[in-house]
Design a protein around this ligand. Structure first.
Ligand code: ADP
Length: 526
């Protein structure tokens, strides 16, 4: 059995027994078979000793039990890695950053505490998955939407804390939260925002409460364990429609993104979309093996024109009142019409609520607020898993071109084993900036993974040289990414460490999360 670093097996056994007294003996897992379930099935360390293996897992059922577990862990200096549902695939799954950490599995705490249809919000525990909340809402026929990411099997709390994104107007999941309850490293329970006011009537309606606004320090962090979280929901819209804009020339990207940014920042396009280098897909269509990497600009423009598709395209999603969104699409067309040769295609349109037969016909219902696992059926490069490389870049045509050129070149230089996806898709999961979501394969092959890890590290460095940083990362790269956020001699990390030392002096909460290590482990991991 793995032991937490610096903890004797006698102490560990005593702690496990105390955990069992707190949560019930059926909810402490320490057999190899059980612990294996908490390993990361997409780990970049397959068959290597470096793979972080938990020592055990503990699953409390309520806040009081979380407090007890934290106090026991603190007494023995046993590190805990809190997870909500542990489905964070591609970013580390349920596994901790450091071997020997005990996973604090919160999925038993899966109560939907409130859904308010009139003010459009929910209050949930960490174990509530997008599917759970969706079914709760459907069973009661409430007129509110959730905003699932793809896939929807994870939790609202875990995804929002990781600052994940979805597709509807509530797509920035951390931004859409309102109010938290947190168990601190000493076992104290804190409520943020209006939740600090006893008998508060507005915990999920007004975010800030009074005094310093602290919610942000609990996201991508190891400062506390979130045991409740409020979310703003989207009132069920009357309708949805989508339209595609395509433009013929490579350099049209500048105007296309400028118009898109205007529409998005004005609140006219409110959902997630992606800028596609349609021409790269056409190359793949042609059976060209240098998908996304080759072809002169002229030949790609000509080929795109022959196929009557643009060099670039973008799908625009519109949510709201039917006549308003029809007018918004018309307005968008007017704005894009400054680009010579621009083409428009009407996409799908729906009126809500959809009946089950209509819904069943929709291949990917996620942008309509319906959780799904269809994303797993979308083919990517063949591999045994993947992790994501996800830098944030400016919402400009220059940045799109530069990022695609830079990363494609880096791929060529490093002789990456996997083809770059056509043109590195550029997404608008968050407002005001684009994010590139790039798939990096995981193999059950030590050598290939070693090489890919090097490539990944290079990509982080190359991104940083251009002023682009990742919005989130797999546990394996948290130190690398934090290291890139180095302004003023790593002032941000130093501030995080100051907070860490003050809030968690025994260093028991998620050591290494986001590159923040407790004092007693800092040197070893520097
Ligand atoms: P998912 O919702 O995708 O299942 P996870 O439960 O795997 O997400 O959570 C993702 C990460 O977010 C975890 O690895 C952990 O670092 C952090 N996290 C998740 N839940 C909590 C929580 N309740 N309190 C503090 N951190 C959490």
């Amino acid at each position: 059995m793995q032991l937490p670093p610096g903890v004797t097996s006698k102490d560990f056994s005593a702690a496990l027994e105390q955990f069992a007294n707190a949560v019930g003996k059926d909810w402490v897992f320490s057999s190899e078979a059980d612990v294996n379930l908490y390993r990361d099935s997409y780990t970049p360390f397959w068959h290597e000793e470096k793979e972080p293996i938990p020592s055990a897992a503990v699953a409390p059922d309520n806040v009081e039990q979380v407090q007890q577990v934290v106090r026991i862990a603190s007494q023995y200096k046993i590190p805990l890695w809190p997870i909500s549902t542990g489905k964070n695939l591609g970013y580390g799954g349920a596994a901790p950053r450091m071997s020997g950490t005990v996973v604090l599995d919160l999925k038993r705490m899966n109560r939907v505490l409130e859904v308010n249809e009139k003010n459009h919000y929910a209050l949930v525990e960490p174990g509530v998955s997008y599917f759970d909340l969706y079914h709760y809402i459907r069973e009661r026929n409430l007129k509110v939407w959730i905003d699932p990411p793809d896939p929807g099997w994870g939790s609202l709390v875990g995804n929002a804390l990781e600052r994940g994104g979805g597709y509807t107007p509530m797509r920035d999941h951390f931004d859409a939260h309102c109010g938290m309850e947190i168990v601190m490293a000493d076992g104290e329970v804190v409520r943020t925002g209006m939740g600090a006011l006893p008998n508060s009537q507005t915990w999920q309606q007004y975010k800030y409460g009074f005094g310093p606004y602290l919610d942000g320090i609990f996201s991508q962090s190891n400062f506390g364990i979130v045991t409740k979280m409020g979310f703003w929901l989207y009132p069920e819209p009357e309708a949805y429609l989508s339209g595609t804009v395509s433009v013929p020339l490579r350099d049209d990207i500048h105007k296309m993104v400028e118009v898109f940014a205007y529409l998005a920042n004005s609140g006219i396009v409110r959902g997630t979309t992606s800028v596609l280098k349609t021409s790269s897909f056409l190359q793949s269509d042609r059976g060209d093996t240098t998908v996304g990497l080759g072809g002169s600009t002229k030949s790609m423009e000509q080929y795109a024109a022959q196929k009557d598709l643009g060099y670039w395209s973008i799908d625009l999603p519109f949510y709201g009142a039917a006549n308003v969104i029809a007018a918004e699409w018309e307005y968008a067309k007017e704005k894009f019409s400054v680009i010579p040769g621009v083409k428009f295609r009407d996409g799908v349109s729906y009126r809500f609520p959809l009946d089950p037969q209509q819904l069943a016909k929709i291949a990917n219902p996620v942008p309509l607020g319906v959780p799904s696992l269809t994303t797993f059926s979308i083919g990517g490069p063949r591999s045994q898993g993947h992790i994501w490389f996800s830098p944030i870049i400016p919402m400009t045509g220059e940045a799109v071109l530069q990022a695609q050129d830079v990363f494609e070149q880096a791929y060529r230089d490093m002789g990456s084993p996997s083809a770059a996806p056509p043109g590195f898709p550029i997404w608008s999961f968050f407002s005001r900036a684009f994010v590139i979501i790039y798939f990096m394969p995981i193999e059950h092959d030590v050598e290939k993974n070693r090489r890919n890890r090097e490539i990944f590290r290079q990509l982080i460095k190359i991104a940083a040289q251009h002023g682009w940083g990742e919005y989130r990362t797999h546990t394996a790269y948290m130190d690398d990414i934090m290291n890139a956020y180095s302004f003023n001699n790593h002032a941000l990390l130093r501030l995080d460490e100051t907070l860490k030392d003050a809030l968690d002096p025994n260093g028991i909460l998620a050591p290494g999360k986001s590159g923040v290590w407790p004092k007693r482990m800092r040197k070893a991991n520097a």
